[in-house]
Design a protein around this ligand. Structure first.
Ligand SMILES: [Cu+2]
Length: 247
């Protein structure tokens, strides 16, 4: 019986490994993207809002390195709502299925750790971009990337130090500081250049889109994903607004 149990266990393990492998493979199925000259492309603009009133910001308890991080509490940036127009900041709007268009912009970007907060809270880049990971504080921070398709790292970064990492694979990467448990951010790596992170008014613009119909998606870390259809006309500007409902 023992050996049968053992065989059963091994079989289960093999099955689990196969399942994990298939999950990774499925996640790795990014559409191929071809760079073409975009003639008379159009733009997509819009606002991402929260209907039903803004909830009070979640407060983060600061209980370490208070001389740098501040005393008491900080407002979480997991859901930042503009009190004027209900716009949501740090939502990522993208055309994930587009197969051809403008060139990828791989200009390096910066993700800072400042006063014990990641700044900005959400960064979106094209695959192949180098990210300058700064520590602008004079205390030790850590950079822990919860990545699967890109090489994961979990390294300390000394006060006023810097680390450079390149992200070659499309993936949503949560990045945390394991020294200060309230610190987190999202680095969104995309396989094409048609994306934008909403600004403080919840607004976005995606430009130089080839004429055609597309699926457009928005992702927000607390509210999830929404998808719509959009038709881009030559030289035109089409509006794609999104509204989440307050939970
Ligand atoms: Cu930290």
């Amino acid at each position: 019986m023992k050996s049968l149990n053992f065989i059963g266990l091994m079989g289960g393990l093999v099955l689990s490994l196969v399942c994990i492998d298939q999950t990774v493979m499925a996640a790795g199925k990014a559409p191929v993207y071809n760079v073409i000259e975009v003639k008379d492309g159009g733009s997509i603009v819009g606002t991402v809002k929260l209907d039903g009133g803004a909830p009070a910001a979640k407060m983060l308890k600061i209980d370490k390195d208070e001389q740098v991080c501040g005393h008491g509490q900080k407002a979480s940036e997991e859901l930042v709502i503009n009190s004027g127009n209900a716009g949501i900041r740090y939502a990522v709007v993208s055309l994930d299925k587009i197969e051809a268009g403008k060139a990828m912009d791989t200009t390096p970007v910066t993700l800072d750790q400042k006063e014990c907060v990641f700044a900005p809270h959400v960064v979106a880049v094209c695959a192949g971009t180098e990210v300058n990971l700064l520590n602008s504080d004079n205390i030790m921070h850590n950079l822990h990337s919860w990545s699967i398709r890109n090489p994961a790292f979990n390294e300390g970064v000394s006060g006023n130090g810097k680390m450079v990492k390149k992200f070659d694979m499309p993936e949503m990467v949560k990045i945390t500081c394991d020294v200060h448990k309230w610190m987190n951010s999202y680095l969104v790596v995309k396989g094409n250049p048609y994306f934008a992170v909403t600004d403080a008014d919840g607004k976005f613009k995606i430009d130089n889109v080839p004429v055609g119909k597309y699926e457009i998606s928005v992702w927000q870390e607390k509210l999830g994903k929404k998808t719509a259809e959009v038709a881009v006309a030559a030289g035109g500007e089409v509006v794609a607004d999104f509204a989440y409902q307050k939970k």
